[in-house]
Design a protein around this ligand. Structure first.
Ligand SMILES: Cc1cc2nc3c(=O)[nH]c(=O)nc-3n(C[C@H](O)[C@H](O)[C@H](O)COP(=O)(O)OP(=O)(O)OC[C@H]3O[C@@H](n4cnc5c(N)ncnc54)[C@H](O)[C@@H]3O)c2cc1C
Length: 461
C-alpha cells in the first residue's frame, strides 16, 4: 500500500484529494508566492478526528503538513510545500452560540462573516473585522491573530479567544482554556497557539467571547494634500480619543479604488483618512474632536452619514484587491508606534522614489499598522528586482523605527528572513526551542516563521 493509499484509508471517502486540477488551487494563498509547490494531496477535514488521522499519518511518514483555512493569507503561511500535504478546514463550519454567556464555539473553517451573521441574529457581535472578513476563516484569524478596522478600539482576535482545541504534531488533541472568562490555571497556552501560524498545531475548535450588538457609529472623511499632515492628524486623534476606526489610504490606493467603485473619491488628494466614533454621546464629542483635528491639519473634512459611511468603509476594505488589479504585489504589513507613523509614511515614499517603484500605502492607522503594497511590475526582471529590494527596505525601515515587520498578517514564509533582525537571535533561539518541543519532527508548516529543516533530514519520504 502506498503512503497516499494509507492516508485515504485512514479518512472518510472523498476526504483525500489528489486530482491535479484541484491540487493547483491549494498551492498558494493570497500572497500568490510564485515559488509555491504543488501538494501531494489535500485533506478536506470535516471533524477533529480527520485532522488527527492526517497528522498521525504525516508524522509516521515524515511528511510536511500545511494547515489551511480559507487561503486568504498574505504572508505565504498557507503556501504548499514540496512533498507535503495541505489539511484544509474549509468543511469544518459548525457554530453554536450561547446568548446567556455571550460565547460562541466554532469550528475553524467558519468564515468570519458567517460568525458575525450568526451572532447578529441573536443581538450579539463578534468585533474582529479583517478587511477580508467575508472570505477568511476564524481558524485562520486565530492562527494569524488577525486584526482589522475596528480593532483600534475593540482589540484583535486574541482578545476574544477563550479556548481552543488543538491537534498536536503527534495527532493528539488537547483542550486549552474554555468557556471561562477568567482562567489562569497553568501557562497561557491559548495565547501561545494564537498567532502560531500553523507551526505548533492545528486548531480544530475555538471558544470565543462575543459582545452585545455593535453600537451605531458616525463616519468622518478627511482629504489631505500632504501625507505628513495626515500622519500628524492621526497622532493627534489617537492620543485624544479611542476612535472605533481610523484608516488611511494614499493617492495610489485612492485612485485604484475609484477605478473600481466610481464613488467620486478625490483622486487629487495625497491622502484620505476615514474615521469613526461609536461613542453614544448626544453632543458628539469624539466626532467634533476628529473634525477639528483634521481641519487644523489642513484637511477637507465632512461627515458621511448612514449608508454613505458604509460605502466609504467598503472603499477602504477593497483597497488591496483594487491595487492588485494594477499588477502583482509584494504586500508589507509593517507597524510602528503611532508617533512614528508619519516617519514610516515618509520613509516608504523615499524608498519608492529611490528604487523607482510604485508603492501604494494603506493603513489601519490608529493601530500604527500599515500595508505598503509594492507593485512588482509587468515582468521586467530589473523592475522586479527593485521591487524586492524596496520590500526588504520597508521592513528594515520599520525595524529601525522600533516597529514590527508584521502587525497582523503573520511572518508566513515571505517575511521569515527579517524576523531575527526584529526580535534578535536570543528570541529566535527561544522560539525554536518551543517549536522543537511541540513539533520535534518539524512537520508542521515548515518554512513558516521557522526555517524549514534541511531536505533529507526530518522530511525523508
Ligand atoms: C483583501 C484582503 C484584505 C485583508 N485584510 C486583512 C485585515 O484587515 N486584517 C488582517 O489581519 N488580515 C487581513 N488579510 C489577511 C488574511 O485574510 C488574514 O490573515 C486571515 O486571518 C487569514 O485567514 P484564512 O482563513 O484565509 O487563513 P489561511 O490563509 O488559510 O491561513 C493563514 C495562516 O493560518 C494557518 N492556519 C489556517 N487555519 C489554521 C488552523 N485551523 N490551525 C492552525 N493553523 C491554521 C495557515 O497555515 C497559515 O499559516 C487580508 C487579506 C486580503 C486578501
Amino acid at each position: 500500500v502506498s503512503a497516499l493509499e494509507a492516508l485515504a484509508a485512514a479518512l472518510p471517502p472523498g476526504a483525500v484529494v489528489t486530482d491535479p486540477a484541484v491540487l493547483a488551487d491549494y498551492r498558494q494563498d493570497r500572497a500568490l508566492d510564485p515559488d509555491a509547490a504543488t501538494p501531494l494531496a489535500v485533506v478536506l477535514a470535516e471533524r477533529t478526528a480527520d485532522v488527527q488521522a492526517a497528522v498521525r499519518w504525516a508524522a509516521e511518514h515524515r511528511i510536511p503538513v500545511v494547515p489551511r483555512g480559507a487561503g486568504s493569507g498574505l504572508s505565504g503561511g498557507a503556501t504548499a510545500v514540496e512533498g507535503g500535504i495541505v489539511v484544509s478546514t474549509e468543511r469544518m463550519r459548525g457554530v453554536a452560540i450561547d446568548p446567556t454567556t455571550r460565547m460562541a464555539v466554532v469550528q475553524p473553517g467558519l468564515l468570519n462573516a458567517e460568525l458575525k451573521r450568526e451572532a447578529a441574529r441573536l443581538g450579539l457581535w463578534y468585533p474582529p473585522d479583517p478587511a477580508s472578513f467575508e472570505f477568511c476563516s476564524i481558524g485562520g484569524n486565530v492562527a494569524t491573530n488577525a486584526g482589522g478596522l475596528c480593532c483600534v478600539k475593540y482589540g484583535v482576535t486574541t482578545d476574544y479567544v477563550l479556548g481552543l482545541e488543538v491537534v498536536l504534531s503527534d495527532g493528539t488533541a488537547v483542550r486549552l482554556g474554555g468557556d471561562r472568562l477568567k482562567d489562569v490555571a497553568g501557562l497561557s497556552l491559548v495565547k501561545l497557539f494564537v498567532g502560531s501560524e500553523g507551526t505548533l498545531g492545528i486548531i480544530t475548535e475555538i471558544t470565543l467571547r462575543l459582545l452585545p450588538a455593535a453600537p451605531p457609529s458616525r463616519t468622518v472623511s478627511a482629504w489631505f494634500d500632504s501625507t505628513a499632515e495626515a500622519g500628524a492628524a492621526i497622532l493627534e486623534i489617537a492620543s485624544a480619543i479611542r476612535p472605533s476606526m481610523l484608516e488611511y489610504m494614499d493617492h495610489l490606493s485612492i485612485d485604484a479604488v475609484e477605478d473600481e467603485l466610481a464613488l467620486g473619491l478625490d483622486r487629487e488628494a495625497a491622502a484620505w483618512v476615514i474615521a469613526r466614533s461609536d461613542e453614544q454621546d448626544p453632543e458628539g464629542r469624539e466626532v467634533r474632536i476628529m473634525l477639528d483635528a483634521f481641519a487644523r491639519h489642513g484637511a477637507r473634512v465632512s461627515e458621511a452619514p448612514g449608508e454613505e459611511g458604509e460605502r466609504l468603509a467598503h472603499a477602504r476594505r477593497i483597497a488591496i484587491p483594487s491595487v492588485e488589479k494594477r499588477g502583482r504585489l509584494l504586500l508589507s504589513d509593517v507597524g510602528v508606534a503611532i508617533p512614528r507613523l508619519a516617519d514610516l509614511i515618509a520613509g516608504v515614499e523615499a524608498i519608492a522614489a529611490e528604487h523607482r517603484v510604485e508603492i501604494a500605502f494603506i493603513a489601519h492607522a490608529g493601530d500604527g499598522n500599515t500595508h505598503p503594497l509594492v507593485l512588482v511590475g509587468d515582468g521586467d526582471p530589473d523592475h522586479e528586482r527593485r521591487a524586492h529590494v524596496a520590500y526588504g527596505e520597508i521592513m528594515s525601515l520599520a525595524i529601525r523605527l522600533g516597529g514590527t515587520i508584521t502587525g497582523e498578517h503573520g511572518v508566513g514564509k515571505l517575511k521569515r528572513p527579517w524576523l531575527a533582525d526584529q526580535v534578535g537571535d536570543d528570541v529566535i533561539a527561544l522560539t525554536q526551542r518551543i517549536k522543537d518541543a511541540l513539533d520535534p519532527l518539524g512537520i508542521l508548516n515548515p518554512g513558516t516563521i521557522f526555517e524549514a529543516p534541511p531536505k533529507g533530514t526530518t522530511h525523508a519520504r
